[in-house]
Design a protein around this ligand. Structure first.
Ligand SMILES: CC[C@H](C(=O)O)C(=O)SCCNC(=O)CCNC(=O)[C@H](O)C(C)(C)COP(=O)(O)OP(=O)(O)OC[C@H]1O[C@@H](n2cnc3c(N)ncnc32)[C@H](O)[C@@H]1OP(=O)(O)O
Ligand SMILES: [Co+2]
Length: 133
């Protein structure tokens, strides 16, 4: 793991929350992006070498919709930047972590992503991100 790539925050209203976080952080988001595969629309803020990712569900079956229904808006996951996501999946499997998608999938912001089940990571949903060069 090289750094925290982003903190993912589940929100009900992306526009409203983007405006709130712009006031909070003192800067505007640098992009919004739809990730069809996950049923989410995202809004990104750059903070030094890490980011804040706001996520709104675009479909009922989105993990974000389920999370907000079951719990509330708030911190949803932490994403780590990795150099070689496949090697990291093998390493973490050998360490006994539960990989949700062994084949990396397309994420936001030009990344390949893998998720680990929170029950194997102390209750924290962890995402691995590798930049698509
Ligand atoms: C990829 C685009 C973008 C990017 O950065 O590029 C994203 O980050 S997209 C983010 C949205 N996508 C995902 O979260 C994909 C991975 N998530 C999942 O596969 C599911 O959400 C999963 C498996 C974590 C939970 O799904 P499930 O249907 O099992 O939900 P339950 O409500 O039944 O929860 C089961 C169990 O897990 C706990 N849980 C659920 N979500 C979280 C969470 N975000 N953080 C911590 N714990 C979580 C939940 O409390 C249940 O625990 P229990 O003790 O059984 O009550
Ligand atoms: Co994310």
């Amino acid at each position: 793991m090289r750094k925290i790539e982003h903190i993912g925050i589940a929100v009900a209203d992306l526009e409203k929350s983007s405006a709130l976080f712009a006031r909070l952080l003192g800067k505007e988001h640098f992009k919004t992006e739809l990730v069809e595969g996950e049923g989410v629309e995202t809004s990104f803020f750059q903070l030094g070498e890490t980011k804040v990712e706001l996520l709104q569900a675009t479909r009922e079956d989105s993990p974000i919709a389920k999370y907000i229904d079951r719990k509330s808006e708030g911190v949803h996951h932490i994403a780590f930047d990795v150099e070689d996501i496949q090697a990291e999946v093998e390493r973490l499997k050998a360490e006994g972590f539960e990989i949700l998608n062994e084949t990396p999938k397309l994420g936001a912001d030009n990344k390949l992503v893998v998720f680990l089940h929170p029950r194997s990571t102390n209750g924290v949903l962890v995402e691995l991100c590798q930049e698509i060069s």
